[in-house]
Design a protein around this ligand. Structure first.
Ligand code: FAD
Length: 403
């Protein structure tokens, strides 16, 4: 193996190339990124960075110099436009690069509102890249009226930042409740109450009909007929895996670039990891959108490119920061049929434990790092304490680990 090319200089791409060097690979490595910056973290974009509490320097995953020191070629600012899987080449700009192994870590793209309902008006933003957030920052001005479309984690984090910075914030969520796709009603209730206590007007079961304005957005008409005057809109209605390049190269795609348990695509010389990849897990095919998955899957792929033959087993965890609440999630709640609530020690601390029958699947912990840590270790060990024992505030959580 002489040359490994990685397309997509984000969280997964950066982890993959560094892991290759840490494993002792001494051939050529090229990491190609469409964005003009070296790989950076996205989570602060809707949290500390948007609030103005984090500098650009701190966003970078690794100092740019590290790539040169490790003899990793970074090619930034231009997308790969084609892969020729037969010839084993990629095209970037007017250059053609030959590879022995190729990895796709192309991430995902945010869903935008259609132009026909005002999606292209000035003042309408998505939150995916640093460029998106730098544009948005000019519109996040105290006293302005903001509409957040979509009550998922990104929408809720943007609402928290806007409310904290003194904007008047309304959120619309078309489903019956915020976080419906990802969390239990108990978690939705917790965050609805938190946002309302900070003055955010959350409207559930109500969608956006259309945005109005000449060049700049001025108002919104909602599906219940209400008209809202507006200055800025943040759209958080989900993402689509970036599979275009893979599809054009003839790779199998199924809710993401289809990979086997080791991260290999339908072409044996091409691999994929991170937001863009769908992989087999417990008899199903899933795709995860989280930092932990991007890092762990990319590192596993690095090992497998070098011949380890190791299956990827995700240890899912996720977090979200809203106001002074830190949410930490361990496990995947898919298939749950019961949730128990456990009060935490600190003010407002609480955790929600998801079960399928007697089996513990996942824990949402709000300002309760102990519940998160114990829940994570129990799930990883395949242990399931009885729900009524967990719900009992008199139970010392740590004793559950020894049982
Ligand atoms: P990315 O980091 O998106 O990297 C993909 C890169 O590939 C991009 O830079 C893209 O430009 C590039 N690319 C795509 N196509 C091409 C091409 N043809 N040629 C060259 N380059 C290309 N996760 C958490 O776990 N916790 C959080 O709190 C959290 N908060 C988030 C907040 C925000 C605002 C966002 C946007 C995401 C958040 N996430 C969070 C999700 C997390 O950031 C992603 O899951 C993670 O970044 C995925 O890594 P990735 O490498 O797959 O994709």
């Amino acid at each position: 193996m002489k040359h490994i090319v990685v397309i997509g200089a984000g969280q997964a791409g950066s982890s993959l190339v560094v892991k290759l060097r840490n494993l002792g690979f001494d051939g050529q490595i090229t990491l190609i990124g469409e964005e003009p910056l070296p790989p950076y973290q996205r989570p602060p974009l809707s949290k500390a960075y948007l609030l103005g509490e984090m500098t650009l320097e701190r966003l970078f995953l690794r100092p740019e110099k590290m790539y040169a020191d490790e003899n990793i070629t970074l090619k930034l600012g231009e997308p790969v436009t084609a892969i020729d899987a037969d010839a084993r080449t990629v095209t970037v700009g007017d250059e053609t690069l030959a590879y022995d192994a190729l990895a796709l870590t192309t991430g995902s793209t945010p869903r935008r509102l259609p132009e026909s309902i005002g999606g292209a008006l000035t003042g309408v933003h998505v939150v995916r890249t640093l460029e998106d957030v730098d544009h948005m920052a000019d519109d996040i001005v105290p006293g302005q009226k903001a509409l957040i479309v979509g009550g998922g984690y990104i929408g809720l984090e943007a609402a928290a930042v806007a409310a904290k910075l003194g904007l008047h914030v309304t959120m619309v969520e078309m489903a019956d409740r915020i976080l419906q796709r990802v969390a239990a009603p108990e978690t939705s209730d917790y965050f609805r109450a938190l946002h309302r206590s900070h003055g955010v007007d959350i409207r559930e079961g109500v969608g956006l009909d259309t945005l109005l304005g000449d060049e700049r957005v001025r108002s919104a008409r909602l599906t219940d007929g209400t008209e809202l005057p507006l200055d800025v809109v943040v759209v958080g209605v989900g993402i689509t895996p970036a599979t275009g390049l893979a599809e054009a190269a003839g790779l199998a795609v199924d809710n993401g670039i289809k990979v086997d348990a080791q991260g290999r695509t339908s072409n044996p010389a091409i691999w994929a990891a991170g937001d863009c990849a769908s992989f087999p897990y417990k008899g199903e095919r899933i795709r995860l959108e989280s930092v932990q998955n991007a890092i762990d899957q990319a590192e596993c792929v690095a090992e497998n490119i070098l011949g380890d033959g190791k299956d990827y087993v995700p240890q899912p965890w996720f977090w979200s920061d809203q106001y002074d609440v830190k949410l930490q999630i361990a496990g995947l709640n898919t298939g749950y049929d019961r949730v128990v609530t456990r009060p935490g020690e600190a003010d407002g601390a609480q955790s929600h434990w998801y079960y399928a029958g007697d089996k513990l699947l996942a824990v949402d912990a709000m300002n309760d790092p102990r519940a998160y840590m114990v829940g994570k270790r129990l799930i990883e060990a395949g242990k399931s304490p009885a729900p009524d024992i967990v719900a009992n505030p008199a139970t010392d959580l740590k004793t559950l680990l020894k049982a």
